[in-house]
Design a protein around this ligand. Structure first.
Ligand SMILES: Cc1cc2nc3c(=O)[nH]c(=O)nc-3n(C[C@H](O)[C@H](O)[C@H](O)COP(=O)(O)O)c2cc1C
Ligand code: SF4
Ligand code: SF4
Length: 587
């Protein structure tokens, strides 16, 4: 029996580097990100943080999710200023069938997606490719005026789940070993370094890509296995380990009180049985005790992460599965409340709020430009983001968060982030309690309420067409995989509008995010021309598919019924991208 194809076909390293060089020379962008969105860590106060003994130049990064799965996604975050990357969770089941669409960011966040959509060995390659590209770009002279001469250190953090048998499986073990010592992968990929980057073919790429892991305790991860998995990661793989906790730890009553009553999300249905099946507070505190002690005894570091998404009943019609998982603003209030609860239960033990505690705390829940600086000021590291990066602007939203933090430091006269954290901790009630009080204050927490998050994406009264639209560019920025790109309209052809939009079909997993934000009527991922490089994928595609072949000039094959459209595509690629078209064919 043949295996079902993975929903994504990553681009080879050579193609990614070629794309960087081509876009840079033709459009002064990298993976469609304009240079105005690149962040220079050296231009402003020092934002560096300690993450379990490793230094990262900024406290921010993508949370495990769609922004840390493919190599170009990780590179985009890095260009925006991210320096701690919680890599997409890898688990033994690498042929899951996830229903589509799987992301609903219309108001707050909902999703039905979990763990990697690549084969395990492909995930390993994506992380190694991202690591190598960042290593190249940090020294690329072209970027020095934009990202500074020293973009500072960054950390790749492995994410694994979801049970002991899976994490101990040889396939997952090989994946982890392949990141703690990536020499073999790097040597295999090295010949793929193409012009103008060939000087890096002999570069001594660091081979220890990651030596920390975050354990996702989601999706049925048995609470009684968390301890054993953490110990396994510490002893078998010599990793420092963060356990990512779920918001259910706060308990059904309290979460319901916050989400339904205080914040007004009447429509969100929480199910007691989901809370009962998850880790309970008493056991959670015991676990933290035990694992902190175990880490010390074994010369390792231990941390916790708050939180993963909140399991809720599917009350909407967009996502075709039940339950679904809530993220974004309401989760921020829940997870910060959980932080306060744990801090109170473990006095002085968490490494936040100026306390001497050894337990690292990282955070991901509803982080955005408005609350990032406040959250980083608590001592949380890293502060990671998922839902906000799925909103218009995408990866370009990281830089404004970092700028807001820098502004806060400058305004308060603090030379660095550590000084801000120290000052915050001097507040009479402590920084965490003071901040959490504002999140429960009806006069201050409007941005987290149902009312405050109810604004819908803009719509226009027009049916989307293959050639021409309002050219708002939202599909390009909201796509986590950078599957969309645009080219200027070629005059005198049958095309409307200023720009034309194209889908790199092999990078599109049909997540639905561009559909949510496209203001026109229709699904851009299926109405705009879908470009394929893989003949097998092309032959099984339906609709407006085009196969691109050849190195020394493009051959374009149109799917049946779309022959007439080839002229527009050929003109766009040859005139705007300088790609000579060798011939056009019919399927
Ligand atoms: C589409 C999507 C996919 C996600 N995939 C993972 C995952 O693979 N592993 C994981 O630990 N968390 C995953 N998460 C949870 C995020 O890492 C993060 O903890 C959560 O979304 C809260 O942050 P946010 O409010 O900024 O989205 C995912 C979240 C979303 C929205
Ligand atoms: S093109 Fe649209 S549907 Fe496809 S991955 Fe990107 S956002 Fe998702
Ligand atoms: S396809 Fe939709 S989202 Fe993309 S540019 Fe056109 S109107 Fe905007």
């Amino acid at each position: 029996m043949t295996e079902p194809a993975a929903p994504l076909t990553p681009f080879p390293l050579s193609a990614l580097l070629d794309r960087i060089a081509r876009e840079w020379s033709s459009r002064n962008r990298i993976f469609d990100m304009p240079t105005a969105r690149f962040f220079d860590v050296s231009n402003g106060p020092d934002l560096s943080v300690d993450f379990m003994g490793r230094v990262a130049a900024t406290p921010i990064g993508p949370a495990a999710g769609p922004h840390s799965q493919l190599a170009q996604n990780i590179v985009l975050s890095w260009l925006g200023g991210a320096r701690i990357f919680e890599l997409k969770t890898v688990q033994i089941l690498d042929q899951l069938e996830i229903k589509r669409p799987c992301i609903d960011m219309e108001t707050v966040g909902y999703n039905i997606e979990w763990s990697q959509e690549l084969r395990i060995h492909e995930s390993l390659d994506e992380y190694v490719k991202a690591w190598m590209i960042i290593e190249i770009l940090r020294d690329w002279d072209e970027l020095t005026p934009l990202i500074g001469a020293d973009p500072g250190p960054h950390v790749f953090d492995i994410s694994v789940g979801y049970d002991l048998a899976g994490v101990s499986d040889p396939g997952v073990a090989e994946f982890i070993d392949g990141l703690t010592d990536a020499a073999e992968s790097i040597e295999r990929l090295r010949p793929e370094i193409v012009e103008p980057f060939e000087g890096w073919r002999r570069h001594p790429f660091p081979t220890r890509i990651a030596d920390t892991a975050t354990l996702s305790t989601f999706h049925g991860c048995p609470p009684n296995e968390i301890e054993a998995i953490t110990k396994h990661l510490m002893t078998r793989h010599h990793l420092d380990v963060v356990v990512k906790l779920n918001p259910t730890l706060l308990g059904f009553e309290r979460v319901s009180q916050i989400v339904n009553d205080e914040l007004g999300y009447d429509e969100v249905v929480l199910r007691p049985e989901d809370f009962d099946a998850d880790l309970q507070m008493d056991r959670g505190l015991e676990l933290i005790d035990e694992l902190e002690k175990f880490a010390v005894d074994n010369g390792r570091r231990f941390g916790i992460k708050l939180t993963n998404t909140l399991v809720v009943q599917n009350h909407r019609t967009f996502l075709p599965d039940d339950p679904m998982y809530l993220s974004g603003p309401p989760l921020h209030v829940v997870s910060m409340t959980l932080l306060e609860t744990l801090d109170a239960a473990l006095p002085g033990r968490l490494a936040i709020d100026g306390q001497p505690g050894a337990i690292q705390v990282s955070f991901s829940a509803g982080i955005n430009k408005e609350n990032f600086a406040e959250s980083a000021g608590l001592g949380l590291a890293p502060v990671t983001v998922c839902s906000d990066l799925l909103k218009p602007g995408g990866y370009g939203r990281i830089k404004p968060m970092l700028k807001a933090l820098q502004m806060k430091l400058v305004d308060a006269g603090h030379p660095d982030l550590a000084a801000l954290q120290a000052a915050r901790s001097q507040q009479p009630d402590g920084a965490v309690a003071t901040y959490v009080a504002t999140l429960h204050d009806a006069e201050k927490n409007m941005a987290y309420t149902r009312h405050g998050t109810s604004k819908l994406p803009r719509q226009v009264d027009h049916v989307l067409e293959m050639w021409g639209c309002v050219a708002c560019n939202l599909c390009v920025t909201v796509c986590p995989n950078d599957a969309f790109f645009k080219l200027p309209t070629v005059k005198d052809l049958q095309m409307e509008g200023r720009q034309q939009y194209f889908v790199l079909a092999e990078l599109c997993n049909e997540c639905g995010n561009c559909l949510t934000f496209c203001p026109e009527e229709g699904d851009p991922a299926f109405i705009k021309p879908r470009l394929f490089f893989d003949p097998d994928r092309f032959s099984s595609a339906t609709g407006q598919a085009f196969l691109l072949t050849g190195d020394d000039g493009l051959g374009i094959t149109a799917a049946a019924g779309f022959e007439a459209e080839v002229a527009n595509l050929a003109a766009s690629l040859s005139q705007s991208e300088g790609l000579p078209v060798r011939g056009v064919y019919q399927d």
